[in-house]
Design a protein around this ligand. Structure first.
Ligand SMILES: NC(=O)c1ccc[n+]([C@@H]2O[C@H](COP(=O)([O-])OP(=O)(O)OC[C@H]3O[C@@H](n4cnc5c(N)ncnc54)[C@H](O)[C@@H]3O)[C@@H](O)[C@H]2O)c1
Ligand SMILES: [Zn+2]
Length: 373
């Protein structure tokens, strides 16, 4: 494998830092550009930063600084983002500025080094889909929008067919499902994905967008109550509080372990079959939110029961899990870490970590704004 000069934006974060470790292991020259967002990192630099990478601390929106960080770079991984879905619904300007405008700054700079840059890989998200794909027993495949408020207030949680109102069955969601983002965060991720591909195609910078599903693993922020259901449950359980479950707990997501996300990023860099394409990165297996809570309780052997709230939050989807046929066929990607194994690794890591349970505070912020019951 040829040695490359690689920039990872957001490389101090959960996913970015694992990617940096792998790239260093593979012998590349790695530079990280990150603002060290206090909501994610607290006041201190994370302990896990790789000593063999070069770190530049700056904001993606700072053109002058980012330009310096791009010197000599051949591959760019763009992972820097503000990542709180609920928070994005009231700190709208902040999310649009960091995520959408920040990506615009990066792209303008990339145009001037387009002859050198051989690949741009942007971290996109399953949140672009909104609800996943479904099948109606009478109407076939349907792509519904969010459940309406009347349905949610009557606590009928399953999706219903928009045409015949029968209960729908979730099916794997493929890349060509129409995109219906349901939060400002998701809209900024769509913006990042589409801007990167548009500029990439126009200026012949091979670009790949990876739509990560729900990523979990060591280094996930245990203090940021706005992200990662696994980490939120874990912080509550570590503080001897029962995990709080919205709706009835039977809603499902696709949980993928962080090392599998890293592998997909490596394939995206190395394979030209990836160029100018979008790929789902998930396991293809749905897990219910109740299962997540119960699995963490079982592994940590705590005497707690998940508390089912039977309440909803604005913008929450019911089911979404990945159809991974495309990334399997084109890039030969296969998730390697099972859900049980991954959860064990996350919990083993967390036993040495402090976890501040700020989920009640975050919930109050949403209720105050009418975004949750
Ligand atoms: N974790 C998931 O489940 C998940 C799912 C889908 C997509 N993603 C995407 O993956 C990427 C990484 O997410 P993560 O979970 O590692 O989050 P994270 O918060 O741990 O990492 C993001 C990093 O970006 C940095 N950052 C934020 N704003 C910045 C700015 N303006 N300039 C420079 N750096 C900035 C932060 O300091 C942080 O270190 C993000 O783009 C996120 O949208 C994550
Ligand atoms: Zn129908």
């Amino acid at each position: 494998m040829a040695k490359r000069g690689i920039l990872v934006t957001g490389g101090c974060g959960f996913i970015g830092s694992h990617l940096v470790d792998r790239l260093i292991l593979d012998g590349h020259d790695v530079r990280v550009y990150d603002i060290l967002e206090p909501q994610v990192h607290g006041k201190k630099k994370p302990k896990y930063l790789n000593k063999n990478a070069e770190y530049i601390y700056g904001d993606i929106r700072n053109t002058r600084k980012l330009k310096k960080a791009l010197a000599g770079i051949e591959v760019v991984y763009h992972d820097a983002s503000q990542v709180g879905v609920g928070q994005s619904m009231y700190e709208i300007g902040k999310y649009v500025s960091h995520n959408s405008y920040g990506t615009a700054v990066l792209l303008e700079l990339l145009i001037s080094c387009r002859n050198r840059v051989k690949k741009l890989v942007v971290a996109s998200s399953m949140s672009l889909y909104g609800e996943g794909g479904y099948k109606c027993p009478s109407c076939g495949i349907v792509y519904p929008r969010l459940r309406n408020e009347a349905q949610l207030l009557s606590k009928k949680w399953e999706m219903q067919c928009p045409d015949c109102q029968k209960d729908l069955l979730p099916i794997p969601t493929s890349e060509d499902k129409p995109l219906f983002p349901t939060s400002i965060y998701a809209t900024t991720k769509r913006c990042q994905e589409e801007m990167c591909l548009e500029v990439g195609i126009a200026y012949k910078i091979p670009t790949v967008a990876l739509r990560y599903f729900n990523v979990y693993g060591p280094r996930q922020s245990l203090n940021n109550p706005y992200t990662g259901v696994g980490a939120i449950f874990l912080s509550r359980i570590k503080n001897n509080n029962p995990p709080l479950i919205f709706e009835d707990g039977r809603q499902t997501r696709d949980f993928i372990y962080v090392s599998d996300i890293v592998e997909a990023n490596i394939l995206a860099m190395e394979k030209k079959e990836a160029n100018y394409s979008v790929f789902n990165v998930g396991t293809g297996e749905p897990h219910s939110i109740f299962d997540i809570a119960q699995t963490i309780i079982n592994i940590t052997r705590r005497d707690l029961k998940p508390r089912i709230l039977n309440k909803f939050r604005a913008g929450d989807i019911r089911h979404c899990y990945a159809d991974i046929t495309k990334i399997q066929n084109k890039l030969n990607f296969k998730p390697a870490v099972s859900f049980e194994e991954g959860m064990k690794r996350l919990i083993a890591w967390s036993s040495h970590e402090a976890a501040r349970d700020l989920s009640s505070k975050a919930q109050k912020e949403l209720i105050k704004r009418g975004l949750a019951e």
